[in-house]
Design a protein around this ligand. Sequence first.
Ligand code: ZN
Ligand code: FE
Length: 256
Amino acid sequence: MKLIPLPAFSDNYIWMLHDGHTALVVDPGDAQPVRDALQREGLQLASILVTHHHADHTGGVAELRNATGATVFGPATEEMPKPLQRLSGADTCSAMGLSFQVLDVPGHTAGHIAYYCPAVDGAPLLFCGDTLFSGGCGRLFEGTPAQMLASLESLAALPDDTRVCCTHEYTLSNLLFALAVEPGNTDLQQYLAQCQALRAQGLPTLPSNLALERQINPFLRSRLPAVMAAAKAHDANMTDSAGAFATLRQWKNDYR
Ligand code: ZN
Ligand code: FE
């Protein structure tokens, strides 16, 4: 299987998984990059997986389905282009001969779902939309900090070698914020240098993996004393650990 991030718009990735004959894509906000890739590689599109209702994730769905007859999977409770196989937590969906577990991960949107496959060529694979980013997390448009924290913690409980396929190339700006939170985190310093080198060559920083995210992502580290202390220094009114997460999210919103 080949896993490819197709760049779309200014900073989206449409993830494509293919076996040389058939393909699936995740969150095709634009049909054109997918159509180009299908043609270039001589592939048939079999499945479209959608994580949430935002237009930069759904804009190309109808055109691709009409052009290819692909089956569309998406969240049960969100407004979606139809027809749609509606999914929510604990459902499974099969695509490309693989079985994906569906996880409810509310916070960025109320009905946001993620897709997890325990083994694709020997390593787990996670399509997490706008919930978990490398070094960051999605904005809370329709959920509370407590919901987003629970969603991120359910993702962080997946195995170390899980490849994390996020939908946006936000890594560098996320890591600059992460360094403001944890200036002494040497894993973070090293990872930032690595990602800067990749971006200087125009290469994606993704997929990431969960072992790394647990070392460098402040939104997965909000219960650690050093991170709680930094959040408290930023906002003296902060109280418990859900408070630390909420403080971090607000701090990131305001961070330039
Ligand atoms: Zn979104
Ligand atoms: Fe998005």
